[in-house]
Write a new protein. Structure first.
Length: 349
């Protein structure tokens, strides 16, 4: 339903679009945001540059569909920044663009574009990446600062899109699907070719991924731990479990994992470790590891004390784990027990 109130803009908007934008306009940014009502300009047409042609659209826009508004809210949430723009829809332009008139900031899209790109690329993430690209223009100030290198501007927005889509859960293939479907193989005056843009999106995606695995983990402890102990199956499993595992050679050919201890239980019966993505065979990045060592294992008292000193948040470990214990049945699925542990000397992670 259209609301009665209309907002009038005093100048023609020059827009930056999702895939092939025009030169951005020069003006001072403001904190005012338009409300989700119908929008009308004093010009008969809103003019801008589309992803493959100049755009002239009717000057009256409708509020964005709820699912698009939800996408915008999610993107802004993952960006950690407040929304300072509003989003509208306009049919029959087969485009999407960000614009600023000196007072109000907005994103306008054609619902048909999103439907077409989702069908053509076979993924819903294509629409998300288009919206993220436009939001990247706004949050970077591209729609109100005079910018000489428009190729650089577009690549910045593409990188933002890739970064946000990773944080939202998209694969790298899903993040680049829209530009693969809609992008040009040739550079234009306003936009780089799609190979360069795919590279920028992937750069943002990979950067976000590296932050996920390198951030929010404890620093290496400065306790000068120098015990060269290597804890093996006979020390980490009680005798009954060890004999069973040794007889069947469980874990013999499993690869070593490398990670950083993040939490340790008070009685050292379990700990959490952040596994390194490049070296892990596990789908999970954070793993809870259980310690079976008790009076029935071959770990001496001094070794147990040293083992407790090893299990400190921030410690870098080389380890192996075994899923489940003998006789545990299906109850052991998803429970990983330590069968090898040693400190990583001079860690680089």
């Amino acid at each position: 339903m259209k609301l009665n109130r209309k907002i009038t803009f005093s100048i023609i908007l020059f827009a930056t679009t999702t895939l092939n934008s025009c030169q951005t306009s020069n003006g001072n940014s403001g904190d005012n945001t338009v409300t989700q009502t119908e929008v009308e300009t004093t010009s008969n047409l809103l003019k801008g540059c589309g992803f493959n042609s100049f755009v002239e659209v009717e000057n009256s826009f409708l509020p964005a569909e709820e699912y698009v508004q939800q996408i915008v809210r999610n993107i802004v949430k993952f960006a950690g920044l407040p929304s300072n723009f509003s989003v509208y829809q306009s049919e029959n332009m087969n485009n999407a663009f960000a614009a600023f008139d000196g007072v109000n900031r907005l994103i306008v899209y054609d619902p048909k574009l999103f439907r077409n790109v989702e069908v053509g690329s076979s993924t819903y993430w294509s629409s998300v990446s288009i919206i993220a690209h436009e939001i990247g223009h706004h949050l970077s100030g591209h729609t109100f600062e005079q910018v000489g290198d428009n190729h650089g501007v577009e690549l910045q927005a593409d990188k933002f899109s890739g970064h946000i889509l990773y944080k939202m859960g998209a694969s790298v293939e899903q993040a680049i699907a829209a530009i693969k479907f809609l992008g040009s193989v040739h550079d234009s005056q306003s936009h780089p070719n799609k190979d360069r843009r795919i590279k920028a999106i992937m750069e943002g995606w990979n950067e976000a991924q590296s932050q996920r695995y390198n951030g929010a983990i404890p620093a290496t402890p400065s306790d000068n731990y120098f015990i060269n102990e290597v804890y093996t199956q006979n020390m980490l499993l009680n005798s009954e479990h060890f004999e069973y595992v040794e007889y069947r050679e469980y874990g013999e050919n499993d690869p070593f994992e490398f990670g950083v201890i993040t939490e340790v239980d008070n009685d050292y019966s379990e700990f959490k470790i952040r596994l390194l993505k490049d070296n892990t065979s596990f789908y999970e990045e954070d793993l809870t590891v259980f310690v079976d060592a008790n009076d029935g294992s071959e770990m001496c008292n001094a070794c147990w004390r040293n083992f407790q000193s090893l299990l400190v948040p921030g410690r870098r470990l080389k380890l192996k784990v075994l899923e489940g214990l003998p006789g545990g049945g299906t109850s052991g699925i998803g429970m990983f027990y330590l069968i090898h542990a040693e400190q990583v000397k001079n860690p680089t992670f």
